[in-house]
Ligand binder design. Structure first.
Ligand SMILES: Cc1cc2nc3c(=O)[nH]c(=O)nc-3n(C[C@H](O)[C@H](O)[C@H](O)COP(=O)(O)OP(=O)(O)OC[C@H]3O[C@@H](n4cnc5c(N)ncnc54)[C@H](O)[C@@H]3O)c2cc1C
Ligand code: FES
Length: 282
């Protein structure tokens, strides 16, 4: 049943990671999740006096119900979250949305391209693939502005011994690598033994679109590219319409979209806007 009244979660651990980003571990207080949570789904956090906002699980709830999220301090609500610490309680609803297509990625050659904090929503997928014995088939291309804006330092250190990890910075290169992620795609996609079956990308929308375009130019199919789309969300359940992508609700049909589906929706939006333009002349 649709449950809109927030349940209560307690902060049980906090640590900083990168510039203005902090990991929070939450524990449910007096409830258990009554449906399984898929990797890439999100939850709504209610902050008394500040409102509610969507965040992705960087680790989905374990047996005790504990889960983690990486939160950036960007505005009114997140500033309030950063003023809280261990023991403080918040409101919670979830899970929401459609996660990553994990059924399609296991034992396939997977390329993940993440930008900045966009690494957080793919973290659980990487852990899932490593746990499932698929680490040799995972390549992560992680792009950030500078070293201070990189996140998930501990996780990247852990992953570096099992997956194929490439990092690039726009300012100040890592191991000689600098610039945009798209500069490295042809190298990664053309490696004979590692041509990806599927690409997952998460980060600024302009980056994801550029990555998708480069992948298409390099011979991948649009239906093999998946992205996580960020939209302003209020209800998370398809009621308020804040998150429309054409006639799709990003909170329900997304936030992960297959690239060809997303482009078709975007084209519908353009057609609709043109149609509205016609009305202006009537
Ligand atoms: C499905 C989904 C998952 C998300 N997961 C995470 C996560 O794991 N960690 C995390 O830190 N953030 C995540 N976000 C973004 C997070 O919800 C926003 O940063 C938060 O709502 C900002 O609230 P605020 O009141 O602090 O900022 P505001 O004061 O509301 O805004 C601060 C600035 O951020 C911009 N902004 C706020 N929300 C969005 C948005 N949805 N899309 C684009 N720009 C926005 C505003 O335009 C403004 O410039 C996610 C968003 C979505 C839709
Ligand atoms: S957030 Fe309300 S409809 Fe999607």
């Amino acid at each position: 049943m649709l449950q809109l009244t927030p349940q209560t979660i307690r902060i049980i651990d906090v640590y900083d990671d990168g510039t203005h980003a902090r990991h929070f571990t939450f524990e449910p207080k007096g409830f258990v999740h009554d449906e399984p949570i898929s990797i890439g789904q999100f939850f709504m956090l209610t902050v008394p006096g500040a409102g509610l906002a969507p965040f992705t699980y960087t680790s989905i709830p374990d047996k005790t119900g504990r889960f983690k999220a990486l939160i950036r301090n960007v505005g009114h609500l997140t500033k309030k979250v950063f003023s809280l610490g261990k023991g403080d309680v918040l409101g919670y609803n979830g899970p929401f949305g459609r996660g990553w297509p994990v059924g399609l990625v296991m034992h396939k050659e997977v390329l993940i391209v993440a930008g900045g904090c966009g690494l957080a929503p793919v973290a659980s997928t990487i852990d899932y693939l490593i746990k499932g014995g698929s680490s040799n088939s995972v390549t992560l291309l992680y792009a950030s502005f500078d070293i201070a804006s990189q996140v998930l330092k501990k996780e990247r250190a852990r992953w570096s011994s099992s997956i194929n990890l490439f990092e690039t910075l726009e300012v100040g290169g890592v191991s000689g690598r600098s610039g945009l992620p798209t500069q490295y795609l042809s190298h990664l996609l053309n490696k004979n033994d590692r041509h990806p079956d599927i690409v997952l990308t998460c980060g600024p929308e302009a980056m994801m679109m550029a990555v998708a375009k480069s992948c298409l130019d390099l011979g991948l199919k649009a239906s093999d590219i998946w992205m996580s789309i960020e939209r302003r969300m209020r209800c998370g359940v398809g009621l308020c319409g804040h998150c429309y992508v054409a006639n799709s609700y990003a909170c329900k049909q997304g936030p992960t979209y297959r690239y060809d589906e997303f482009v078709a929706l975007e084209n519908k939006t353009v057609a609709f806007e043109k149609h509205q333009g016609l009305f202006q002349y009537c």
